[in-house]
Each structure stands twice: as C-alpha cells, then as structure tokens.
Design a protein around this ligand. Structure first.
Ligand code: FRU
Length: 447
C-alpha cells in the first residue's frame, strides 16, 4: 500500500515510535542525529537511542540502534541527552532510567565512541543530588571558559521545575554546583539547553511541564518548549534572564528541542514534531503503518534586533524543482504533491491575506484589523477545525515547507514559527489564496 504520509526530507522512524532529538552533532564532517526510539512498538514503554546520519541534513541514512538499555543503570530506558566531540572522540551523555516496583531512579551516564559506530558505556554516573526528586534527566553539555558544564532537567523536592548545573574538567567526573534557573518552570523541567547566539546573548531553552500528582491518572501531563534570553554568569553559576519565557514555536507540534553548532558555525535547533495529546497519539494515522512521529527541519537560530530568529537550513533549497509564480489578487491552483515550499512576499504587510492548502486541510490567515495571524488544521481525532494564533503587527513574508504530513510555517523571515502535523488524502491538492496586492507575489516550488 502506498503511504500518503511518508516524509521526504524529515527524519521519521522506519518502525516504532520516535520522540526527542538526542546528541545532535556535526562529527568528522557528518551530521549525527540520535533520537529517542521505541523500535518494538508505537508506545513509550521502551526507549533507546536510534541514529540517523547525513552529509547535508536533507538526505538521511538510518543507522539503526546506537545505545540500548542493557545494564542496571539504564534498564528501563536510555533517555534523552546530548553529545560533545573531544580529543577526536564522541562523548554521549544520556539519562539511565530505572524503575524498581514503580519507584523511579535516574542516572546521568556517559558513552564514548572513537568512530561514530561503536559506543562504549562508561562506569561513571551522576546520582541525583538530595534536593531533587528522581525526575532528573536530559543532560546537555557544553564547553565553558575553564571547564565543561552540564544542565539537567529537574524537579525540586517541593515539586517545582528547576534546571540543575554541573561542572567537570574531564567529561567523566561531574560536580553538582547549584540550581541554574528555576522561575516559572511549573512542576518539572525537561530537556534544558543553554547556548550563546551571535556572541551577543545566551539562550536558555527548556520544557516546563505540569505533572499530575503521583497516582492521579485522570489528568494528562501538559508541557511546552520555551526560551529565555539573558546571560549565563560563569562566576555565580546562575542564568540571569533578560526576557520572559516565550514559546519557541507557536504551532501544534513542537517539543524537546536541542541545539548544536555545526562546522559552518551555525547554531541549529531541531525539535520533536510532536508531543501529541494521548488521544491524538493513539489515533495518529501513521500508527496503522507501524510507526509514529518525526523531527522538525533543522533551523538556524540568530539574534536580530532583540529577537530570536529561526530560519530553515539553506540546504532545503536543494529540493526545489519546478517553480510557479502567482501575482493575481486571488487565485487557485493544484499542487503537484504534498511536498513543496511556498514563499509569500508582500510590500506593506498591513492587509488581509489567506492561503488554503490541500483542500482546506491547512488554512493560514492574517486579519489586518485584529492583527491576528492564525494557522488552522482539521484535528484527526475530533474531525473539527482547531487553530493556533499570534498577534503580529504586519505580515511581510512567509516561508512554508510541507512534507506530505508536516507543515512548518516561518513568519516574517523567521520571527515566528508554526509547526504541525496534518493528515489528509494524497489526492487533496487543491489550493487557493486571496489578498495579494500589486507587486506582491506567491512563489510555489515543487519538491
Ligand atoms: C521528553 C522526555 C524526556 C525523556 C524522554 C524519554 O519528551 O520525556 O524528558 O528523557 O522524553 O523518552
């Protein structure tokens, strides 16, 4: 059977469930994207690190399993983490998840590779400091002035979200320093990351989570991915915020992002698309085909005029085939397939604009009066329309990337991003727009 949802240029598993991107790195000229993988089933009962490699972040080779849960310290899951290249070697940091009769224990573990193929687990591990619960996971490591730093997503004993900071001089032995940051992190914080952008600002990303109290299964965990701009002060070992916590992505499907620096000096982030609600996950159409979830397009992040800007890697342009331009005030057209890029270029950005894609499966709208930019899709569980929105002063530009069942919308040259999954029939290719003024255009690229 032909799979109408199969992605062309996004990472998705051949079978089973994928969640967070892990250990992203450009190692010896090759991009290594590890990820949380349940290769046995489309649920979250088992987790290991799977691996995809690439030369251009567009064409990927599935390398199968990289680290599996095979020892006491990680027997119930090789959970998320990061990687570092040092002395030609690849150091992977991950959380070993242990559950003994329902009681959780977490260890931050290290695995080393000389060749990017064989990963040797080390005997050392970080045990959770007393001030935290065992919801302690997702180590992210980077090089500081005088030592290595590691942040770990944490929960205080008072069940408040926190980010724990560790230091090391050899990447193997780690000292717990203090809480790096703990404002507005709900009950728990997953997948923290800290990196500087343009040498101007430090960005702390995190996934605050509201967890129901232990044993209460009636309420779902809710969480989102956010960022704060500020400065990491290596002396006081604190993160000094200069902005509020803001969403990284305004769409439906974006979680657990991780960043890395590539050999071209680009700071790139990739997220999991997505952390669906339980019902959405259990009824996700790809499940019948034996797999679920994917990663986002890699995005280059920069800091421009006090804003975090995200743009898709330029390599994605290599997919462009035929090109069509539209400049009538309104028009309709047939897409060649669900895999395409559309760019909108406007002059003053202050009038209404609407774009309906794939027989209205996804609708993008800007209302000049309310200044609300919105993206709606049909929910595959409720069959109802649902939308996400953001107030923006003007709509000047859009870059839209669709890959059969994903869509990523970059607004105003990367000022805001909306990422989402959508599932529609392969033949639903009708599209229409309205709201183009003179000298404005819509460019469609087939992929
Ligand atoms: C985030 C997360 C991480 C954890 C991993 C387990 O989606 O819950 O905190 O390490 O997924 O798969």
């Amino acid at each position: 059977m032909k799979n109408p949802y199969k992605l062309l240029y996004h990472i998705e598993p051949s079978k089973g469930l994928l969640n967070d991107p892990n250990g992203l790195i450009h190692y010896k000229g090759t991009y290594y994207f590890f990820y949380q993988w349940n290769r046995f089933n489309t649920n979250h009962d088992y987790k290991e690190w799977g691996l995809f490699t690439s030369e251009d972040m567009i064409h990927w080779t599935d390398q199968g399993s990289a680290i599996i849960p095979d020892r006491m310290m990680d027997k119930n899951g090789v959970y998320s983490g990061s990687s570092i290249e040092y002395d030609d070697k690849l150091y992977l940091f991950y959380t070993g998840n242990v559950k003994n009769e329902g009681e959780r224990k977490s260890y931050q573990c290290v695995s080393i590779s000389q060749n990017g193929k064989t990963f040797i687990k080390q005997d050392v591990a970080i045990e959770t400091p007393h001030e935290f619960t065992e919801h302690h996971r997702d180590p992210k490591v980077w090089r500081g002035e005088n030592n290595w730093w590691m942040v770990v997503g944490a929960q205080s004993k008072g069940e408040k979200g926190a980010i724990a900071l560790y230091s090391s001089t050899d990447l193997l032995h780690w000292t717990y320093e203090n809480i790096l940051y703990s404002e507005s992190l709900d009950n728990m914080c997953e997948c923290p990351d800290l990196f500087s952008v343009n040498d101007k600002v430090d960005i702390l990303t995190c996934c605050p989570q509201i967890r129901p109290t232990e044993g209460d299964n009636s309420v779902e965990i809710t969480s989102y991915a956010g960022f704060i701009a500020g400065k990491f002060d290596e002396e006081s070992k604190k993160f000094l915020p200069e902005t509020n916590l803001e969403l990284i992505d305004y769409g439906f499907d974006f979680y657990a992002p991780q960043s890395f620096l590539d050999d071209k000096g680009r700071r790139i982030i990739v997220g999991w698309m997505s952390r669906m609600k339980e019902k959405e996950e259990s009824l996700c159409p790809t499940k019948k085909l034996g797999y679920i979830h994917c990663l986002t397009l890699p995005r280059v992040v920069t800091w421009e005029n006090g804003k975090l800007i995200q743009r898709p890697i330029e390599e994605v342009k290599s997919l462009r085939k035929n090109q069509k331009e539209f400049n009538m005030p309104k028009d309709h057209f047939q897409l060649e397939s669900g895999k395409f890029e559309i760019e909108l270029l406007r002059r003053n950005g202050l009038n209404d604009f609407k774009l309906c894609l794939r027989n209205h499966a996804v609708v993008i709208n800007y209302c000049a009066e309310t200044k609300i930019f919105s993206v709606s899709r049909e929910n595959w569980v409720t069959k109802k329309k649902e939308s996400k929105s953001k107030e923006i002063q003007s709509l000047l530009q859009l870059s839209i990337f669709s890959d059969a069942s994903t869509i990523e919308i970059f607004v105003n040259n990367g000022e805001y991003v909306f990422s989402l999954r959508y599932f529609t029939d392969e033949k639903q290719l009708g599209s229409e727009y309205s709201g183009l003024e003179q000298d404005e255009k819509l460019i469609y690229f087939e992929f």
